[in-house]
Design a protein around this ligand. Structure first.
Ligand SMILES: [Zn+2]
Length: 231
């Protein structure tokens, strides 16, 4: 089976309930180092881990929020007994704020990974590899005409201060801005541009001023031509 046929089974594989023959096929792809499946399984693991993590965290948050009435009472009491409870209130309030913030971050991350996973596993998604055989920048562009573009790059050195990377969707010789992104300290980058992207000719990336540009102002670091999906 090819990677396209396996994509919708990645998540099932990760949670251990993929059926045959998909299970063996995915394992075979992973064993021979198939990049698409390796990446897909990594993303599926993230999705599963984050979903689990969020559920667990929601439980913790709920228990913490259970303190809210106590907090309110303590606050009311504190108006009269000003000093005694103040340290404890602050601790609880800080803890509450911390859990809320953690939950928010976790949800942002989950949304992002879910979006990436949706594009990766889209029925209309095509995969383009760029930078192959190059010692430097390399990666993959997943284009789903109905859902958007997912760019995953490696060896992309962090942009100099005041600069950022900008993705472009090229169609009929025209480049349309498709979002700014940065790479992580290890050179990895993931960028998602959601929305419909019919008949894309290529996806390119340039280095631009942090604020972004309407049109590319520098030579693209790469331009990956997008193949039409052949069924
Ligand atoms: Zn594969």
């Amino acid at each position: 089976m090819n990677c396209n046929e396996l994509r919708e089974h990645y998540e099932l594989y990760v949670i251990g309930v993929a059926e045959e023959p998909e299970r063996s096929e995915i394992r075979a792809h992973l064993n021979r180092g198939c990049q698409v499946c390796t990446l897909g399984i990594q993303l599926a693991r993230d999705v599963v881990a984050l979903r689990g993590g969020t559920a667990a965290r929601a439980g913790v948050a709920q228990r913490r929020f259970g303190w809210a009435p106590f907090l309110a009472a303590a606050l009311a009491m504190a108006i009269f007994a000003a000093v005694y409870f103040s340290g404890r209130e602050r601790d609880l309030a800080n803890e509450l704020a911390r859990v809320r913030e953690q939950n928010r971050q976790q949800n942002i991350e989950l949304t992002r990974v879910n979006q990436a996973f949706a594009i990766l596993t889209g029925a209309d998604t095509t995969v383009t590899t760029f930078g192959e055989g190059q010692p430097k920048l390399k990666g993959k562009v997943f284009v789903s005409p109905s859902q958007g573009v997912l760019l995953i790059a490696g060896n992309l050195q962090p942009a100099p201060s005041g600069k950022a990377y900008e993705m472009w969707i090229v169609k009929d010789g025209k480049a349309k801005a498709a979002g700014m992104f940065q790479s992580a300290p290890d050179g990895s980058a993931m960028h998602i541009q959601r929305g419909t992207v019919a008949n894309t000719d290529a996806v390119a990336v340039t280095l631009e001023n942090e604020a972004g540009a309407d049109q590319p102002t520098s030579t693209p670091l790469f331009a990956a031509p997008i193949r039409a999906l052949v069924q």
